[in-house]
Ligand binder design. Structure first.
Ligand code: ASP
Length: 302
């Protein structure tokens, strides 16, 4: 089987490059996903992933992440986790060490500390400034009604949203998927997005393939988007057709008109992607390539 890594957005190229080197040195698909995501979590220029990035409305960074093993379907996730540099690694510990799938907030932090992760406090460059700027904008444009979240959402409609979501296929045909994010910029405190929800932001099954999402997480949760794409692949659609069909389905209703992207890789190394955003970029690398390739796609309605 040809080893393949795919990941969302331009910064996904760092994740796929690292992940592929893990696969090539004998690491598992799970290792490749975790190590690839850690590179992006550590990247000071990526404000939408990792500790110190873009915060919630109250100025606190609450992180979501999840990981899934396509061989066993075991999975682990954390939601609204604060002060931990590598939420993806905590998600993996939830999968490996607990009988649960999702830990959130205080409980997730307590678990992380028990596992030996350090509690840290720092901002990535410009993250705090961007939060303060956005607060000002909300005060101006939402007429001071900051307590009414609907108004806030209007102001921030086009603001930052970019999760690193990764799928790996190893030489034995084993697959894994994972993701990590600060979540929607200026989200309500306590809001957990698709990245922590198995079946919404992430799903993978060796017998078929995997799918991951990025964008407005509420859409992916509403439509169980990753699982939907895997189900479509399991009845014979190739990843491209499965992604397109699933994205078109999200446009059937008006409540979430646009704003989500899905990326899929099946167990035959075929890739697909579709989006209702204006455009979406993902990184692809297989073992025959020296470096990752960035692939840009247009929104399904453009
Ligand atoms: N899907 C993420 C969320 O809603 C955001 C993103 O992809 O940037 O939390």
């Amino acid at each position: 089987m040809k080893r393949v890594m795919v990941a969302t957005w331009d910064f996904g190229s760092k994740a796929v490059e690292r992940g592929l080197s893990v696969l090539e040195s004998g690491g598992s698909a799970l290792d490749a996903v975790e190590e690839g995501i850690k590179v992006v979590e550590d990247d000071l220029e990526v404000l939408t992933v990792g500790l110190g990035g873009l915060p919630n409305f109250k100025g606190e960074v609450e992180l979501d992440a999840s990981i899934m093993d396509g061989e066993t379907l075991r999975c682990g996730a954390v939601g609204a986790l604060k002060h931990i540099r590598h939420p993806i690694s905590v998600a993996r510990k939830v999968m490996e060490l607990t009988p649960h799938i999702l830990l959130v907030g205080e409980g997730a932090l307590e678990f992380a500390l028990k596992c030996g992760f350090k509690q840290e406090f720092f901002w990535k460059p410009n993250a705090r400034e961007k939060w303060l700027e956005m607060l000002e904008k909300i005060k101006r444009e939402a007429l001071g009604e900051c307590s009414f979240y609907g108004k806030i959402l209007k102001v921030m409609r086009d603001s930052w949203r970019e999760t690193v979501s990764v799928i790996a296929l190893d030489a034995n045909g084993s697959m894994a998927a994972g993701n990590s994010t600060t979540g929607l910029f200026m989200k309500m405190p306590g809001r957990v997005g698709d990245s922590a929800i198995i079946g919404a932001g992430i799903y993978v099954d060796n017998r078929v393939g995997g799918a991951v999402t990025t964008g407005v997480g509420e859409i992916a949760i509403n439509y169980c988007l990753s699982k939907r794409v895997c189900d479509l692949m399991s009845i014979g659609l190739n990843p491209q057709k499965a992604c397109e069909k699933a994205i078109l389905e999200t446009l059937d209703r008006e409540n979430f008109a646009n704003g989500i992207a899905v990326l899929a890789l099946n167990n035959k190394s075929e890739v697909g992607a579709a989006t209702s955003l204006k455009e979406f970029t993902y990184a692809y690398q297989d073992e025959e390539m020296d470096r990752p390739e960035l692939r840009k796609i247009k929104g399904i309605l453009t």
